[in-house]
Design a protein around this ligand. Structure first.
Ligand code: ADP
Ligand code: ASP
Ligand code: MG
Length: 418
């Protein structure tokens, strides 16, 4: 008998019929003797609908109140799913994040989980109940409702699995695993049977939204065995078969396998970033800090940063931020930073995309970057920024070329072939 956390995404609980199907799947695992904590997302489209309602009332919704509204989607799902389970004769009880409680910091809209009190859940499990916990939400030290950022139910599930020392966290979604690229963009993409934690982390940060990056960070930090699998298969599928399906995130890297591994194991695109350039700043100590310090103080995450070589003592600094943070970042730069450092201008571009290739095999292969750049050049795609890690190369390009870039890179690195 194992303790398993099962997360079901928005599409998987998108209708009453789908919720019934999830309940049947959960009931099957329960009947096989497992203890289960189930974490549903809001029904498909619901979080978007709630956020849009807030925007109708306030162009820039109050962050605290927006979380109060956005968190309700998951509260509906947990109640409905618990009802569906009870209807099948399975003892079940639902909880909102604050009831558990899932304690977070106070960064509304992108809160981080600080601690989870597992006692209430453990008591329910000991009494034979399936526990259904709302994803995406928590509560801060002052009792305010918080949300964890879009896609945050993945993180709720993995964090619960870590806190309860679960044997496995199963992320059920509308694809049957992690693919070499988003199968919606590249139909030839292949499912990976396993993916190393490091590669998954890079793929998530590169825009493979199949897992929210923070969930992968949790999985790595607490070594939570995590599997991505499909919720659209027959719910009556044998438990043993289901337990082996999908993509498993692995932590042990077999050096022989790494040598033989394809150079690139995945391609990803991220379209929700924006580029900001501060041109003509004096090239002297402290300038990057003068620009990026106030951005960090405003709790805005910066992704890629590029500084040009100096000309006549002047340089340009470009960086990317999440599009949600773009208006705020521009306001800080124009209002606070520009008068202080006396730069010529601050310019921004929201129509960019980041395209990345990821693979452990890059460590032992030279020439991967050149091949990537040549392929993009042949398509007439201009590279605006470049950043690399040991196992990832990312470029910023014009947004309209994102899908084309993903497809040609997937092909040139032969990811469509076994
Ligand atoms: P959920 O609502 O279940 O959380 P998401 O929409 O957040 O589902 O994530 C699943 C989607 O992620 C898939 O439908 C797929 O289009 C997309 N995706 C992006 N990159 C990948 C990838 N490399 N492998 C699998 N799916 C991917
Ligand atoms: N419902 C939230 C969202 O749409 C969280 C999630 O689905 O993981 O972003
Ligand atoms: Mg998701």
């Amino acid at each position: 008998m194992a303790l398993i956390v099962q997360k079901f995404g928005g599409t998987s609980v998108g209708s009453v019929e789908r919720i019934r199907s999830v309940a049947r799947r959960v009931a099957k695992w329960r009947a096989a003797g497992h203890d289960l904590v189930v974490v549903p997302s809001a029904m498909a489209g619901e979080t978007n609908r709630l956020i849009a309602l807030a925007h109708e009332l306030q162009p820039h919704p109050d962050a605290r109140e927006l979380d109060v509204v956005a968190a309700t989607g998951e509260q509906v799902s947990v109640g409905l799913l618990a009802m569906a389970l009870i209807e099948l004769g399975v003892q079940a009880r639902s909880y909102a994040g604050w009831q558990v409680k899932v304690l977070t910091d106070s960064s509304h809209g992108k809160a981080r989980i600080v601690a989870i009190d597992g006692e209430r859940l453990r008591n329910d499990l000991a009494e034979g109940r399936v526990v259904v916990v709302a994803g995406y939400q928590g509560v801060d030290a002052k009792g305010n409702v918080t949300t964890l950022g879009r896609g945050g139910s993945d993180t709720s599930a993995v964090a619960l699995a870590a806190a309860l020392e679960a044997d496995e966290c199963q992320i059920f979604t509308d694809v049957d695993g992690v693919y070499t690229a988003d199968p919606r963009i590249v139909p030839e993409a292949r499912r990976l049977h396993t993916v190393t934690f490091e590669e998954m982390l890079e793929m998530a940060s590169a825009g493979s939204k199949v897992l929210q990056i923070r969930s992968v960070e949790f999985a790595g930090k607490y070594r939570v065995p995590t599997r991505v699998l499909s919720s659209l298969t027959d719910p009556a599928m044998a438990v043993d078969e289901e337990a082996q399906s999908g993509t498993l995130i692995t932590f042990e890297e077999d050096p022989h396998m790494a040598m033989e591994k394809a150079v690139v194991s995945g391609v990803a695109a991220q379209r929700d970033e924006a580029k900001i350039t501060v041109p003509g700043v004096p090239d002297k100590p402290g300038i990057a800090y003068a620009i990026l310090g106030p951005i960090a103080d405003a709790n805005i995450d910066v992704d890629m940063i590029v500084q040009n070589v100096s000309h006549d003592g002047m340089t340009d600094l470009s960086f990317t931020v999440h599009r949600n943070d773009y208006p705020r970042a521009m306001k800080i730069l124009k209002g606070q930073v520009q008068p202080h450092i006396k730069c010529r201008d601050v310019t921004g571009d929201e129509r960019i995309a980041k395209v990345s290739i990821v693979g452990l095999g890059m460590r032992s292969h030279a020439g991967t970057a050149a091949k990537m750049f040549r392929t993009l050049a042949e398509e007439g795609i201009n590279i605006q920024m470049i950043s690399t890690s040991e196992i990832k190369i990312s470029v910023v390009i014009e947004e309209k070329y994102a899908e084309l870039a993903v497809r040609v890179l997937h092909k040139v690195f032969e990811l469509d072939q076994e």
